[in-house]
Write a protein that binds this ligand. Structure first.
Ligand SMILES: Cc1cc2nc3c(=O)[nH]c(=O)nc-3n(C[C@H](O)[C@H](O)[C@H](O)COP(=O)(O)OP(=O)(O)OC[C@H]3O[C@@H](n4cnc5c(N)ncnc54)[C@H](O)[C@@H]3O)c2cc1C
Ligand code: FES
Length: 276
């Protein structure tokens, strides 16, 4: 679906990180965990291409108390201003128009059983895990869902107050020790996975490629199912421009697949990690 909507808010969540939201009525297409939208960051044709953003939160006043009135609902994105496009986006204000296409891509596959669910996030990768956490706690005991968040320092640890009311376990690590335990999030995952039977655990990860590659390798070693949310350059976001090929293993052979259409969620064992 393509629309232009008035921005509800575009606020700084941490230095250089922003949350942007627009109305998303309940009769619009349902959004699955891990899906993304393509948003136009400026009026006119410069820059021409929309930018991809994973859906962070979606819902009504239960999720967003700031929505003024019953029956209203919104979709929210969490992004980092890294370049020209996201820099333009960061300058948008409440009431400005935002042109978008979505929801796009596939979703995380929810397992039928599992006593331990580890959600491993780095930076804005966190954005693709909130809807997943909510979907998991609808099916499994809340105590079985564990969010592990890592970053270089305190300013990269985003939005924990949004997750705390869910009641899930949360572990935080920073490389410089300014928030949570000092170290890497992958060390926390590795220790946790040592204590549980392989067939009872599931791992879901989103964040920088080297982090996800390490999460994939730890999971593989323990024979634990792992789903990853890949990112990469995108043109259209829905399978037309062929600009988002990624290498995927299918039946032992390396094949090109479209990140926007066949992904962004893949089983970690399908992904060709290259030199990561
Ligand atoms: C499916 C999908 C979901 C995504 N979800 C999110 C999200 O929820 N939040 C979010 O912040 N971003 C997300 N991204 C990444 C986002 O689309 C890019 O950050 C954005 O397109 C960059 O555009 P730009 O014009 O600002 O930067 P560009 O001018 O294109 O790039 C500027 C510089 O930033 C670097 N860069 C580009 N992307 C990233 C990145 N992700 N991290 C670090 N450096 C980068 C480039 O290599 C370049 O050096 C997602 C990407 C995909 C494919
Ligand atoms: S972004 Fe155009 S085909 Fe995937």
């Amino acid at each position: 679906m393509q629309q232009s909507s008035k921005i509800l808010w575009n606020t700084e969540a941490s230095p250089n990180y922003y949350k942007i939201a627009f109305p998303y009525p309940e009769n619009y297409p349902a959004i699955g965990s891990g899906q993304f939208f393509m948003v136009r960051v400026a009026e006119g044709s410069d820059p021409l291409l929309r930018r991809a953003l994973a859906v962070y939160r979606v819902g009504g006043v239960d999720v967003f108390p700031e929505l003024k009135g019953p029956g209203l609902s919104a979709v929210e994105f969490l992004y980092r201003a890294v370049g020209r496009g996201t820099g333009f986006l960061a300058k948008k204000r409440e009431g400005d128009s935002l042109d978008w296409v979505g929801p796009l891509g596939n979703s995380y596959t929810l397992p039928k059983e599992g006593a331990h669910h580890y959600l491993v996030a780095g930076g804005t990768g966190l954005s693709s895990l909130y809807v997943l956490a909510k979907e998991l706690i609808k099916i499994f005991p809340v105590s079985s869902v564990h969010l592990m968040v890592g970053g270089r320092s305190q300013k990269d640890i985003l939005c924990l107050p949004d997750f705390e009311p869910l009641g899930i376990q949360i572990s935080v690590t920073t490389e410089d020790g300014t928030k949570g335990a000092r170290g890497r999030v992958t060390d926390v995952l590795e220790s946790a996975l040592r204590t549980v039977p392989s067939d009872s655990a599931h791992v879901y990860t989103a964040g920088p490629i080297p982090m996800m590659a390490k999460v994939a390798s730890i999971s593989k070693e323990r024979k634990i199912a792992c789903q990853v949310s890949l990112e990469g350059p995108m043109g259209c976001g829905f399978g037309i421009c062929l600009g988002c090929s990624v290498e995927i293993f299918e039946k032992g052979e390396r094949k090109y697949r479209l990140l926007c259409k066949h992904g962004p969620i893949f089983n970690s064992e399908e992904v060709y990690w290259g030199e990561a």
